[in-house]
Design a protein around this ligand. Structure first.
Ligand code: HEM
Length: 243
């Protein structure tokens, strides 16, 4: 996963994906993203989960739009939490390197106890979102992409196309984590847009609220997906011995 990673050809694989990655051992302080990622995920879940663990619809942060809405939302949030925690385990370098069995089992949990149920429920609550048509389009598209990238990554691993597996799962990971960015963009958008209630939004609080939700929804996952793609397409650094 790092620049300068050792790439070695294998005989069994097809032409476009004839490499396996042998990751050089790196101390944790040379991977400055691992601990902050874990902390951000813990903070996000500590903030997000309580209203849905209470099983009390009155505590939901999302207004209900159909009778089973709260139930679907609770399912989405619980399975989404499994997806988020197992996603961190999946990208944690020392776990991948030293515990391949744990990597395999937590990978299956990511797909079957995380993304698949949470994504299908997100598709339903997203299609019925109370935040208007622009957020609805984003929710549905994100759910489809989340399910699609994850399934493509799972299929690639089953077919032992490990280069493809890695690329699809990095995209899936970016979409999983994009929900954190979503929650940060909302308040920033609110700070900038609320003073324009009377002008840009003609005094309509509904238009203002829907615009804030839509900005968070669209910007978060498109930025996360573009960042993941740029990271995948970056040029490997030259090693000192090659220069
Ligand atoms: C990446 C694909 C995801 C999609 C498409 C998605 C979609 C949705 C939708 C549609 C809602 C209802 C709000 C609305 O109507 O707009 C929602 C709420 C929520 N989602 Fe997700 N979600 C995703 C990932 C996640 C993940 C990984 C988590 C992690 C736990 C999560 C946690 C939540 C929470 C906590 C809420 C309730 C809103 C709140 O209390 O802030 N979602 N999501």
């Amino acid at each position: 996963m790092t620049a300068g990673t050792d790439l070695r050809p294998t005989r069994a694989q097809s032409a476009p994906e004839r490499t396996v990655r042998v990751e050089p051992k790196k101390h944790w302080w040379r991977r400055p993203w691992t601990a902050p990622l874990g902390l951000v995920v813990v903070a996000f879940l500590a903030y997000s989960l309580p209203p849905y663990l209470a099983f009390d619809p009155a505590r939901s942060r999302v207004p209900s739009t159909f009778p089973a809405h709260y139930l679907f939302l609770v399912g989405h949030v619980l399975f989404g939490s499994i997806a988020m925690v197992t996603a961190v385990l999946q990208v944690w370098p020392s776990i991948r390197r030293k515990h391949p069995v744990l990597h395999r089992y937590s990978g299956r949990a990511y797909v079957f106890a995380g993304v698949l149920p949470s994504g299908l429920l997100a598709l339903t609550v997203g299609a019925a979102t109370p935040y208007g048509p622009v957020t609805r389009a984003s929710d549905v598209l994100l759910a489809v992409l989340w399910l699609g990238t994850t399934w493509a990554g799972f299929r690639a691993a089953r077919e032992r196309r490990f280069g493809d597996h890695r690329r699809w799962m990095i995209r899936s990971f970016a979409l999983t984590m994009s929900i954190i960015l979503n929650r940060l963009i909302g308040p920033v958008a609110a700070i900038f847009l609320e003073p324009r209630l009377a002008t840009t939004f003609g005094g309509s609080e509904i238009a203002l609220g829907q615009s804030i939700a839509a900005l968070g929804a669209w910007v978060s996952w498109t930025v996360a997906l573009i960042a993941a793609q740029l990271w995948l397409d970056r040029k490997p650094k030259r090693r000192a011995s090659v220069q």
